[in-house]
Design a protein around this ligand. Structure first.
Ligand SMILES: C[S@@+](CC[C@H](N)C(=O)[O-])C[C@H]1O[C@@H](n2cnc3c(N)ncnc32)[C@H](O)[C@@H]1O
Length: 241
């Protein structure tokens, strides 16, 4: 990515008439997700200690049973999500987004470093026989997705600037990227305390400048206080045909 910071691993438009309802329920859904890496994990990322990072996420997921609700970027831009094709939930955690995409009809791959999260996701997917989710333990930095391999890629609350060109390359022509992560604005709220793991203003637009933006929200200090969107950037972008 244009502004990749050295030796760090990934950290972890309006929506018409549905908007007021969506925003009322936002804070509770964001609490349910609660996916912020604590400060020692940020240290693991900074030192490149992959085993330490994996252990910390495993520990975190061990205490969780259910997959979280789908991310705001999927809910706010649900009308842009296709119902056929192949999708990747990149750094999927417990796979709330993967399950939601699969329920819509997509064939989903879900990759994450944490074996505990992947095991939980496989169990959750097995309870829904009609859906297709191939969950895999995978270090995305060492093994990024192959070029032209997915119709949709979803990245939520994971930021590794160096991976951005590979994510864009992994989309097929006409493929869509759904990206959501923390911004530096209102950094006192949820998310990593280290600003290196948060987006600068408009940074998501710059990181994926080769794609066509189809939907974007970065409301910052203008967000409705109860909406919990004040420290998030949400983007949907399309690869040219
Ligand atoms: C904040 S969580 C987000 C999980 C999920 N996207 C969600 O929103 O529910 C960040 C995830 O990134 C994963 N992760 C961190 N570094 C990774 C890497 N190098 N390869 C694969 N996954 C990684 C962690 O295991 C963790 O599940």
């Amino acid at each position: 990515m244009a502004s990749r910071r050295p030796a760090r691993r990934g950290s972890g438009s309006g929506s018409g008439t549905a908007r007021p309802e969506a925003e009322r329920i936002e804070p509770e859904r964001l609490r349910q997700r609660d996916q912020t890496p604590p400060s020692h994990q940020v240290a693991d990322i900074a030192t490149g200690d992959l085993d330490g990072l994996r252990r910390r996420w495993d520990e975190r997921y061990r205490g969780r049973a259910a997959a979280p609700e789908p991310a705001a970027v999927l809910r706010h831009f649900a009308h842009l999500v296709p119902t056929t094709g192949s999708a990747l939930d990149l750094a999927c955690g417990l796979g709330g987004n993967a399950l939601w995409l699969a329920e819509r009809g997509l064939e989903v791959c879900a990759w994450d470093l944490s074996a505990v999260a992947i095991e939980r996701l496989r169990a959750a997917a097995a309870e829904r026989p009609r859906i297709a989710v191939a969950a895999e333990v995978r270090d995305l930095i060492a093994h990024p997705p192959a070029p032209h391999s997915f119709d949709l890629i979803c990245v939520v609350r994971f930021l590794d600037r160096g991976l951005a060109p590979k994510i864009a390359a992994a989309l097929r022509p006409g493929g869509l990227l759904f990206y959501e992560t923390f911004t530096r604005e209102e950094a006192g709220g949820d998310g990593p305390s280290d600003p290196a793991f948060r987006l600068a203003p408009n940074e998501l637009l710059e990181l994926f400048g080769g794609l066509v933006v189809r939907g974007y929200r970065e409301e910052g200090r203008l967000a409705v206080p109860a909406s919990a969107l004040g420290n998030l950037a949400l983007m949907v972008a399309e690869k040219a045909l």
